[in-house]
Ligand binder design. Sequence first.
Ligand SMILES: [Zn+2]
Length: 1090
Amino acid sequence: MFHNHRSGPSQNPVALHPSGPGYNMAHQPPYNPTQVKGPMPPGPGLYNSGPYQPVPLVGSYQAPPGQPMLHRPSMGPPQPMTPPQSASPGPGLRMPPAQATPPPPVSANSYYQHPPSWQYGAPPPIGAPPSMAVPQHGPVANHVTSSPSPAPPQLSVGYNAAPPAIHNTMQPLGPPATLQGYTQPGSAPPMNSMVAPQSYQPGMRVPIAPPPTMRPTPPPTGTPNATPPPPLVPKTDGHIQTPGNGAPFPNSLDHLETGHTMTGPAPPPGPPARHMGQSYPALPPGYQNTSAPPNASPMHHPMQTPSQPYSHAPQQYQQTSAGPAQLSPSLAGLSLQSQTPEALRVVNLLQERNLLPPGPISPPTPCLPQDLQKINCHPEVFRSTLTSIPQTQSLLNKAKLPLGLLLHPFKDLTQLPVVTSSTIVRCRSCRTYINPFVSFLDQRRWKCNLCYRVNDVPEEFMYNPVSRSYGEPHKRPEVQNATIEFIAPSEYMLRPPQPAVYLFVLDVSHNAVETGYLDVVCQSLLENINSLPGDSRTKIGFITFDSTIHFYNLQEGLSQPQMLIVSDIEDIFLPTPDSLLVNLDECTEMVQDLLKSLPHMFGKTMETQSALGPALQAAFKLLSPTGGRVSVFQTQLPNLGVGSLKSREDPNQRASAKDIQHLSPATDFYKKLALDCSGQQVAVDLFLLSSQYCDLASLGCISRYSAGSVYYYPSYHQQHNPAQVECFQKDLKRYLTRKIGFEAVMRIRCTKGLSIHTFHGNFFVRSTDLLSLPNVNPDAGFAVQMSIEENLVDMQVVSFQAALLYTSSKGERRIRVHTLCLPVVNSLSDIFAGADVQAITGLLASMAVDRSVTASLSDARDAMTNASIDSLTSYRTSVLTIQQPGLLAPACLRLFPLYILALLKQKAFRTGTSTKLDDRVFAMCQLKYQPLAYVMLMIHPALYRVDDLTDEGALNISERTIPQPRVQQLSVEKLSREGAFLMDAGSVIYLWIGRNCNPNFLTQVLGVPSYPAVPQNMTMLPELDTAESQRTRAFIGWLREQRPFFPILHVVRDESPLKASFMQNMIEDRTESALSYYEFLLHIQQQVSK
Ligand SMILES: [Zn+2]
């Protein structure tokens, strides 16, 4: 029910969304409020018509012959979008009061800038603010002759012609001189009028109306439709309308997340009826400990079984004295030295060879009182490299361990408490959301755990909708759950939540057609079109491109989709801006027609050129008025128009080069366009399917800075590479149906004294602690380096809070809040005892990617090696009291050198092994934006022997028996010719078959009589009705279920071309160019003993 986006009332979006100033604001530059004086400069004219205007007929666009050239505004928002990085931060910025100067801004590419060695305590780099300058085309004469084009050919006609013929016979449509809605320069309304409350037209929509299945019965005061809709813009908060206080731009979502001003009293809770049509206490419980919507959780997540913290019922929680103020007694007995002998157990790495635990490695548990730990944020969502935070930066520097957070903020959760409330309770000073780690001084006052301000408990908060009781604010769901989601009231929006908008941009050059990928995309879309997240407002559109750009008019009422070709790629315009993105509900048949025709339309094309840059510009223009998601499919190096690239890779140098060149982009075109996209709430996801070099280092920027995703399918070919095709199909299904958040921002707050140093992931850094995420998806991870600015001497615990404000595909503004609480310690041994080796490795990998690009790969490799040497040296000299020979590590860091060696041998960082540049760059992308769990499998795959699987110790999940073989060391020593071994490397799974493999396994699992009969390119196990087959398939299926993407299975035998890839993951072994694990340990020992 929930994922049926058509379940809502069928509404005509044109009628629902008359163009209003509020919407036009979408075209305005979002970033620099202080630069805006006087009337807003004109928005790009074409955008102005917006998708909410009545749609003019295509015919009305035909310009008469000899029509003067149309002067069109520049492509991007007219105002330079310089972020307020150099200016003093607006009120939206959290600024710890004691901090005299704001921390230096962190740019999206603020690489770690201390080449000689990594100093974790180094001052934040002052990354040059990413250039936000919009290409200023200025009013440019249109190069396209606007002679009357023949009526745009009908699809059925044009498609049959060979593409060159299409090109010749179809005149590009000149931009009409009479474009409806075109705004003359200077004619845009002054900006204040744009945020005036009257811009909202009652009856337009009900942005926060609850979807029927998500929340309890509608408020007693009326049905959602009858409820006066909330204002589109804050009515009373002056800070939003005052330029000095923040721009009234709809895109300035940072202000929204920030909410009210940071000083001055919080506005009294307005009459609740204003927002929700009811006052809170009268509400039917607006809180649900509900399961996630079906489309949010297609995967089974074993980490969130009901025994996990997410699912404990709030009522069970007995805490009455959370927060630092009450912690002293309970923490008093928690001296780490006495409590955690295992984490600090001394391990001599040179002697203890097998350090791998038999199963998955669980993160360390922070040393907190049990009642706090019980409700702490789940480590899969939010964890720290150090689960005990050093009291001072100098202590942290001494430990030589990186301090940072790893987040998976939008992860699919099986249980997520959702709160509906007209007043979201937040600290009046720092805007922290109330959370389980605040302290209640009494029933009416709570103390913020981040800034320590004492706040009043609002009257509404006294009522607990779960227990339906009054006077127990500490039992509210907000205070019982470290992960919680709020349905945001209207003050969290400056424009109505945007609809779900999906634009597909498809390469249809000869090369693209050859790969056959178009069939898969169109088929997959046809199959999943009803599962695209959205509601009755969802819009969809298509652009195809080769040397020209092809648009598709899908307007309701046409008999067929209409193809419109624009061959002037120098100065892209939209031929019929209002009919290229259409309401999916209303135009489903037209969309299906197009998807059925597309794969055949370009079947005979000989066009080899690829104008990707202009196609992306077109996509940006099309989506600018609303925001949304662009999915780009590209199969070759773009070689025409802006953004064209040249091959920079010399295949002969792959293995021998001393250092790797061309890891940074060749042009800033893609980054600039991505930043423009980000400013208009547009994210670009890139699917790269290619057999040759495509310069992912340059192309990837389009996704990186717009908060998109990158998918890469090297050697993709429909016939020659069936495994890739299967992988692509599975990925697409997940991609099309997974949850999506639009126009999102994420802010990370931390206890006063701590500050954010650098972010890692795909986003644009809006300000010191705020990430701009035009889209957010459940498979995206982030990392954050932290530093300690002020000593945390008086604190027992510190907290970190990530707040993700987004628009759901149903048009609700929602805020997902995660709060992590960690103890503060003042001894090195306590810091070491709390070290989370996987989180440390993940953060170091992100840092090393940055270093590879800004400095060099060899620098990055040295830095990683030094990280392990330095921390073990610190441990040896400062923690160990009794000196002993050997290479010593605390048990919690015993895998650190192994993981570092694994990183050095990982595709992203390895040297001396032939590695395609795009493969390397893609690995780097994955290390930066994948959640830690998947990153760890990429770095250190899990190896299992599977020819002797038994049910002993097996898991039992949903009546399936899942064998749990022991994890083996990654060494050829562990392989046996008599066995079969499964290697789970994250995005790929290898099943290696020994030459003398147990015949039983061959017949019962692989279905072949003998080793030579194992097919060369086997990627699937036959479904045999044998216990061995069932066990093996159950195990592989279980591994696959634990990640949102689909790892391909390759059966590998001695002659297999993939044997090399399998063997390269044998990290502990020596290769021609890299040390064995033992040699590496000896190297470290040498350095440590110096
Ligand atoms: Zn506070």
